[in-house]
Unconditional design. Structure first.
Lengths: 737, 155
């Protein structure tokens, strides 16, 4: 951890705030681009220190996606300073802009756009001040790494101008950022700033925070979602070595101890002595799960409806049902937080994706003013969406009320994470379509059933933190509304980009979820793209068409066509090639959210007909993310997205019976291993003059569909139920025999 | 509590702990070493891996008593930010992670591999790391990093 960070941590619960300038008193201020709109002051985004450091502030947090590096690249180019001068402060309710959640592949779009404009404007202000100081025109100045030189050779620097250059004002967004042709750092594969400390034992994660007097906490969760605590021998556990506090509040149970292993032993002891009343609150498993979901009586909502421009006569009709099980984020590091109470003020160090929304939810949970709480981001293990990060912050804060002002570091155990993280929702997608006599799609419908895809803090009026529902006076979670279009939540990517004649998309949003669900990378996008792009191949097969040609035939968007063509070309796609029974090739495409990056993925699979085992041997992706800030960062995201999606698609499904979640360890939830990972090749279609398009969730849906299509290509059998386990594959191949 | 002396990264360190305490908590909390990570506590994921007498050990289940006679090496013992070990340098150069939480275990398992097989094939690397989980899916970068380090070490 850098000295500045360490010093900063040492200030403990001191809450320093910058006042946001009041909105224009008269009338509405102009709408500003990106996150600048909600955070207008220039000095909310950057400060220039007399020592020569430029600090940029972002509400978006680092979670291994490299956002800190990408944002520093944008700032370096706009300000004309070296990357080395730039420090990045992420997500701190006392220091950074409020940019909501770090989610939806929006960080470069929202924070990057804001920082680009703020830095362009700051540069202009600084140059104006320098010109006045040096007695020259702005146009006569040259800048090199923050030093401004007049034609006479007289010079000054940003860090000498702080008295004259005022960044306290509101941004106007009227200073035009540099054109792409003048970028030196943006567009380069700059090495990530967070990586060296991660490989040298540096303090890189919230798990690595150590504060004076800190103690260790563990939580004792109920054995099942419907369980209530009846009795527990707190007295005996309080007498165990090192135990400092046992907190019991309703069915919330947690323990603090001087040493971490003592907290773990005390947790085990509490588990053994606790008696719970359990109820069978969970849905059925297997195929019954999907029948149950479809039987929930919720109103059907039409998401999109479009009449056919010309009424083609349907010659052939097709229908298919696709399913996706509950799937887990399954972060490598169980969720963790550090909490400390001092004089009625709460400080929480957290790997939450949204420190401001978490602060708001903690304020609701404790009946406090948000201003009495400070949430400071520190990295956790990769989260891939809404995992236990926010929940563990409340756990730590509840426990820290009993430790007399001493900070508590509380980390979940592996089974806490698997049993209690909010899962990616199970879903059903029912697709129907019609072809005309020429094999063109003239009608298309996509009907889906799903639980919520975002129950994050701030997503409803309730307290969306796990422990709140276990307290003696519970603050029940209020089911949120679905994320609306155009991004969509359950219906994300359900509206086809193809010209399919008459189109209808309908959703059944089942807000009441027996298993807690929330945002897992792509929300509904993964399952919807899997279904949509599988069904495109089913229609192509019915039309006797090649999958690539069939897609291009129905697609006008030039950028969408370009990624499909680029992926096919790099893969050496051969039109109408036939699978050989064991090996096959498939393609999938989507524009994430129909708003972010364009991505096409081609995969090669091998199917072992005897065992039913599917291997994805190779994946080729083509991506258009608009202007690319860090090419290697984009490749890393797409590569990781494809491999993670391969794992979801071939292996992953949360297990449960009618009472308990039975997925508790990696043994119950296998993920892809080294010997199963495909080679991945990523083609970038950089468009430096286009705006940024988020990339972190672009590949998952297309990869899943490509795998399904490749298996169908190899074997002639279509798999429509995720995941494609050996048992399912064998069953499908057996049907044919 | 017992007084136990461990030999960690070449130094003798004495700690007062129960002898059945998993090594991981002593390394992280008593010796303030951040490298080994708590991932599962069940020896399933590999994030906590350290070397004991050159062999990879899952420190989340190995008790301090069981390793008290051994030479323990953590990632901090390989090199520092200023003087990187070739493996650390290779992981940085290959940008071989997203979140990096599994990275400690990958580097330590790779160290054990390269010590016994200085020029591993891609298949050898994958076999050596197959018991280590990575959720961000940086596998291919990790394999490249290990092979890059092998090249540097044997040249």
């Amino acid at each position: 951890m850098s000295p500045t960070r360490r010093e900063f941590l040492a200030t403990g619960a001191l809450v320093v705030g910058f006042a946001l300038a009041p909105r224009a008193a008269l009338g509405q201020p102009a709408t500003l681009p990106g996150s600048l709109n909600g955070n207008r002051r220039l000095d909310a985004w950057l400060r220039i220190d007399p020592s020569g450091t430029v600090t940029i502030f972002t509400g978006k947090i680092e979670l291994g996606q490299g956002i800190g590096t990408a944002l520093s690249q944008i700032a370096a180019d706009e300000l004309d300073v070296d990357l080395k001068r730039i420090d990045v402060v992420h997500g701190d309710t006392a220091r950074t802009p409020n940019e909501g959640q770090t989610a939806g592949s929006l960080s470069v779009e929202q924070s990057g756009t804001a920082l680009r404009l703020a830095c362009a404007e700051a540069r202009h202000i600084l140059m104006t001040a320098a010109a006045a100081k040096l007695g020259v025109q702005v146009a006569d100045l040259t800048i090199n790494d923050g030093t401004l030189t007049a034609p006479s050779g007289a010079r000054t620097a940003y860090w000498e101008l702080s008295a004259d250059a005022h960044l306290e004002g509101d941004a106007t967004a009227k200073i035009k950022p540099k054109p792409a042709s003048e970028h030196r750092v943006v567009g380069q594969s700059v090495r990530r700033r967070d990586i060296p400390r991660k490989f040298t034992g540096g303090a890189a994660y919230v798990q690595d925070i150590r504060l004076p007097g800190m103690v260790f906490g563990r939580v004792v969760r109920p054995p099942s979602p419907g369980a209530e605590l009846v009795e527990v021998d707190e007295v005996r556990v309080r007498s165990l070595p090192g135990v400092l506090a046992v907190v019991r509040d309703g069915s919330f149970l947690a323990v603090a101890a001087a040493r971490e292993e003592q907290a773990i032993r005390a947790r085990d002891a509490l588990k053994q002595s606790a008696r719970w009343k359990e109820t069978a609150s969970l849905p059925p498993s297997g195929d019954e799960l999907y029948r149950d979901l479809m039987a929930r009586s919720v109103p059907a909502q039409t998401v999109a409806e479009k009449a056919a421009p010309t009424a083609g006569e349907p010659a052939k009709r097709l229908e298919a049902l696709y399913t996706r099980p509950y799937q887990a984020h399954a972060s490598m590091g169980p969720s963790c937080a550090v909490a400390q109470w001092q004089d009625g003020q709460l400080t929480v160090w957290t790997h939450s994706q949204g420190v401001f929304p978490l602060r708001g939810e903690l304020a609701k949970a404790f009946g406090m003013e948000p201003t009495s709480i400070r949430c400071i981001h520190a990295e956790g293990a990769g989260c891939y969406g809404h995992n236990g990060a926010d929940d563990v912050a409340l756990d730590a804060a509840l426990l820290a009320r009993a430790t007399g002002g001493r900070p508590v570091k509380l980390q979940w155990m592996r089974d806490d994470e698997f049993m209690w993280e909010p899962y990616g929702s199970a879903m059903v997608m029912k697709l129907a379509g019609a072809l005309d006599g020429q094999g063109n799609v003239v009608a298309w419908s996509h009907e889906l059933w799903s639980h919520p895809h975002s129950t994050r803090p701030g997503s409803s009026s309730g307290v969306n933190l796990l422990a709140a529902r276990h307290l003696a006076t519970p603050a029940p979670a209020v089911p949120p509304a679905d994320v609306p279009q155009p991004a969509g939540g359950s219906d994300r990517n359900a509206i086809p980009l193809y010209d399919f004649g008459a189109v209808k998309v309908v959703k059944h949003y089942v807000a009441d979820a027996p298993l807690r669900t929330s945002a897992l990378r792509t929300l509904g996008g993964y399952a919807n793209v899997f279904a949509l792009e599988s069904f495109v191949d089913e229609l192509a097969a019915a039309a006797g068409a090649d999958p690539v040609e069939f897609r291009l035939r129905h697609l006008r968007d030039a950028r969408a066509r370009a990624v499909i063509e680029a992926a096919a070309q790099r893969a050496g796609w051969t039109a109408r090639a036939r699978g050989d029974g064991g090996r096959g090739r498939g393609i999938g495409f989507a524009r994430y959210k129909n708003l972010a990056c364009y991505c096409a993925v081609v995969v090669d699979v091998s199917v072992d007909r005897a065992s039913g085992r599917v291997g994805v041997t190779r994946a080729i992706a083509a991506v258009d993310a608009g202007q690319i800030v860090n090419p290697d960062g984009v490749i890393n995201q797409i590569e990781g997205g494809i491999i993670q999606s391969t794992s979801w698609t071939l292996k992953e499904s949360v297990r449960f019976d009618r009472t308990r979640v039975t997925t508790r360890s990696w043994g119950d939830y296998p993920i892809l291993r080294f010997d199963e990972v495909p080679d991945v090749d990523v083609v970038l279609l950089n468009r430096p003059d286009e705006r940024f398009l988020g990339v972190g969730e672009g590949a998952q849906g297309p990869a899943a569909a490509a795998i399904a299509n490749a298996i169908a290509h190899a074997t002639g059998q279509r798999l429509r139920a995720l995941p494609f386990t050996p048992e399912r594959v064998k069953a499908a191949l057996g049907q044919k025999a | 509590m017992a007084s136990i002396t461990l030999r960690v990264n070449g130094e003798g360190r004495t700690v007062q702990v129960e002898s059945d305490t998993p090594l991981l908590y002593v390394l992280r909390n008593d010796l303030e070493l951040n490298g080994p990570k708590f991932g599962c506590g069940l020896a399933q994921c590999g994030a906590c891996t350290v070397l004991v007498d050159g062999k990879p050990v899952r420190s989340c289940v190995a008790t301090v008593a069981s390793v008290a006679s051994g030479r323990i090496t953590t990632i901090e013992g390989l090199g520092t930010a200023e003087r990187l070990h070739p493996l650390q340098r290779a992981f940085i150069e290959e940008q071989a992670c997203q979140c990096g939480y599994c990275g400690n275990g990958m580097v330590m398992a790779a160290k054990a591999l390269l010590d016994r097989n200085p020029r591993p094939s891609e298949r050898d690397v994958k076999a050596a790391l197959n018991g280590h989980l990575c959720r961000c899916a940086s596998h291919n970068r990790i394999v490249r990093a290990v092979r890059r380090a092998a090249t540097e070490l044997s040249s």
